[in-house]
Design a protein around this ligand. Structure first.
Ligand code: AMP
Length: 249
């Protein structure tokens, strides 16, 4: 069984985001970039399926700038077999990414595509669903458990207020939620081994997809700063402030 894992290079989750002064986007100058955490979970799950003897090959694909090679190398160090980098300096929207991924799927014929449920930069949560629609494949989104059962895959989905179990026919699309697993750190020997694993470099134009933007980002703004709290001396003072200052009573 072949698994394709799309991975995105994003601002590291520990970095405090700075909005550009002209509010056109996030300042990426000299900012640490890493693999999107939900993509790490997707790679980990694929590697576990390979260790269990069910997956035979794991291919990672990233659509992005040359530096996205590092993200692919991280996935190779975790255990993936080979990578594909689709080079572009444009920040494609989920529909554009999904169209490229569809072309990669058609070339590679995987049985499963495991994506992150969302990329923590744009918080779109759209690519897996769009890819599923473009391919006409079943989808199990927000997976917190996954089990193979012949040519079917059982997925436990995290939904509002509970869990939903679904059985999908393969080939299928899975998107990962936080509780699916805890991704491993790559060991030094595996980081060294990953340097020799192949990464196929492609240009976006080779896929011939219409990835032109459909929407315009009008403005990006920082969240309002939290105001400092105050200590009150008595219950009476609290009630007074709630009534007369906060207006909630
Ligand atoms: P999003 O829909 O942008 O929130 O992203 C959801 C998932 O789609 C990510 O976790 C990745 O698995 C995949 N994805 C999004 N953008 C890219 C990209 N540029 N290259 C590869 N995979 C991507």
């Amino acid at each position: 069984m072949k698994i394709l894992v799309p991975v995105k290079r994003v601002v590291d989750y520990n970095v405090k985001i700075r909005v550009k002064p002209d509010q056109t986007g996030v300042d990426l100058a000299n900012v640490k970039m890493s693999m999107n955490p939900f993509c790490e979970i997707a790679v980990e799950e694929a590697v576990r399926l390979q260790e269990a003897g069910t997956a035979t090959e794991i291919i990672v694909v990233s659509v992005g700038p040359t530096q996205a090679q590092e993200t692919i190398r991280t996935a190779l160090a975790m255990g993936a077999d080979r990578g594909i980098l689709v080079k572009t300096d444009d920040d494609l929207e989920p529909l554009g990414i999904a169209k490229v991924l569809k072309a990669v799927v058609e070339a590679e014929s995987p049985d499963l595509v495991i994506l992150g449920k969302q990329a923590i930069d744009g918080d779109n949560n759209q690519t897996g669903q769009m890819l599923s629609a473009l391919l006409g494949w079943s989808q199990g989104t927000f997976a917190s458990e996954l089990g193979l059962d012949g040519d079917k895959v059982n997925v436990t989905r995290e939904i509002d207020g509970g869990l939903q179990s679904v059985k999908l026919s393969m080939p299928a699309i899975i998107t990962t939620d936080l509780r699916l697993n805890e991704p491993r750190y790559a060991s030094l020997p595996n980081i060294m081994k990953a340097k020799k694993k192949p990464i196929d470099e492609k240009e976006l134009a080779e896929y011939g997809v219409d990835a032109a933007p459909r929407l315009e980002i009008v403005k990006v703004a920082e969240p309002a700063e939290r105001e400092a709290g105050v200590k009150v001396e008595t219950v009476g003072e609290l009630v007074d402030k709630l009534k007369n200052e906060a207006g909630v009573l």
